[in-house]
Design a protein around this ligand. Structure first.
Ligand code: HEM
Length: 373
């Protein structure tokens, strides 16, 4: 075995020295017991048995370590580990092609474990529970965003079937990836005590398979989404105006003009593209650890994957809220693909004008108002 730090080499010499003196002292104990045994026949037998047992114990490698004064060694071990700096490693010589298997002790692993056990739950808790709390407060204070003029009863096509297919492909994969990923991060703390080891192990195995395999359709959905929606998501001056007016959703009244996607939706689009790309690259390195071929790099990508996941999940919760309970008439856009003309005029007035100019949307004067739900 090759010990790469000088401290380690010193320690290994100490271990050898202490090992030899310990063996010598146990040998002398054995010798001392024999002359005593000569006095009584019965004690000879006893002494022989004891000597035999001692010989066995001394010869056994694990027990030999016991004679290294474990308490003192533990202190030294701790000193040794603390002396190793970031980037230092204790490595062994290996004959298999997996270079990572040569790492025996790597101090950066402690930071990683500390991150996983103490920092990640805080980041995840603040991001996800904080977002849920904010959305609940927003719903209580603002209430559901209604269609001010009521439903007209006239429909306009908002998303074609390829767009809806891509959205649901990516969204359904995301939900499973998020739940199975959260199980990897927090399942042992939150779910294991509720369902027991056996059920947790079975569930986690399936969840892990789902996470690994659904990553691929998720990435495919991400690429299609990028290609079909990029043209409508380039930020422009109109978005600043929309943002200045808070999207007109903070209070009933005037709605700022918007094209096919408003500034809020563009924000979600770029969050999904950038967040999804980071999740894909980091996840790829976790899926195929032979690519980074380095434990420290793996730990780096795990941290990126886990932190982005928490922020991404929190962001998507806001998107799910506004597309369902938060805004009347919004879900139909991705459900049936068609939205009410009044809804479209209130939230995407410039887009409706474009569609009407192309002859894709009915152009009416004052639409018929019908009661909402
Ligand atoms: C965008 C949706 C995704 C979310 C929300 C998500 C979430 C997570 C979370 C929370 C973890 C646990 C991290 C930890 O505690 O250390 C994880 C692990 C992992 N993820 Fe993802 N992930 C997503 C996408 C992906 C993708 C696209 C891939 C592959 C390309 C991937 C591959 C992995 C792998 C291999 C692990 C490690 C599993 C293990 O430790 O056994 N993930 N993911």
């Amino acid at each position: 075995m090759q010990l790469s730090s000088p401290l380690v080499r010193r320690r290994s010499r100490n271990l050898e020295t202490e090992g030899r003196s310990a063996m010598a002292s146990s040998h002398s104990t054995r010798k001392a017991s024999i002359p005593k045994a000569a006095a009584h026949k019965a004690s000879i037998l006893k002494a022989l048995c004891a000597a035999f047992a001692l010989l066995f114990v001394v010869a056994h490698p694990a027990a030999a370590q016991l004679s290294f004064k474990p308490t003192a060694e533990a202190v030294q071990e701790d000193k040794l580990l603390n002396a190793l700096k970031e980037g230092d490693k204790i490595t062994g010589r290996i004959t298999i092609p997996d270079a990572m298997a040569a790492s025996l002790i790597q101090p950066a692993g402690r930071d990683w474990r500390d991150f996983h056990r103490s920092k990640l739950p805080i980041i995840g808790g603040v991001a996800i529970i904080g977002m849920l709390a904010l959305l609940a407060i927003f719903l209580m204070v603002r209430g559901r965003i209604r269609v001010d003029h009521g439903f007209s009863g006239t429909k306009i096509l908002r998303f074609a079937s390829l767009e809806r297919f891509t959205h649901w492909l990516t969204a359904s994969c995301f939900i499973v990836l998020a739940l199975s990923g959260l199980n990897i991060s927090f399942g042992r703390i939150l779910i294991l005590p509720l369902c027991g080891a056996q059920a947790f192990a079975t569930m986690s195995t399936y969840a892990k398979f789902a996470h690994d395999y659904l990553a691929f359709p998720f990435m495919l959905g991400l690429v299609i989404m990028f290609l079909i929606w990029i043209k409508d998501n380039i930020p422009g001056k109109i978005d600043l105006q929309w943002l200045r007016q808070g999207g007109g959703i903070l209070a009933n009244g005037k709605r700022p003009p918007a094209k096919r996607f408003n500034a809020g939706q563009k924000g979600i689009f770029w969050m999904v593209i950038v967040g999804g790309a980071l999740m894909s690259v980091s996840g790829w390195f976790l899926l195929f650890p032979y690519i980074p071929a380095n434990v420290t790099t793996m730990q780096f990508w795990t941290v990126i994957h886990a932190v982005i996941a928490m922020l991404f999940i929190a962001g998507i919760l806001a998107h799910i809220y506004i597309g369902t309970v938060g805004m009347e008439g919004a879900f139909e856009a991705m459900g049936t693909g068609e939205v009410d003309l009044n809804w479209a005029k209130e939230h995407h007035s410039l887009w409706v004008e474009e569609e009407q100019a192309k002859g894709h949307a009915p152009s009416g004067s004052t639409p018929r108002a019908v009661p909402a739900e």
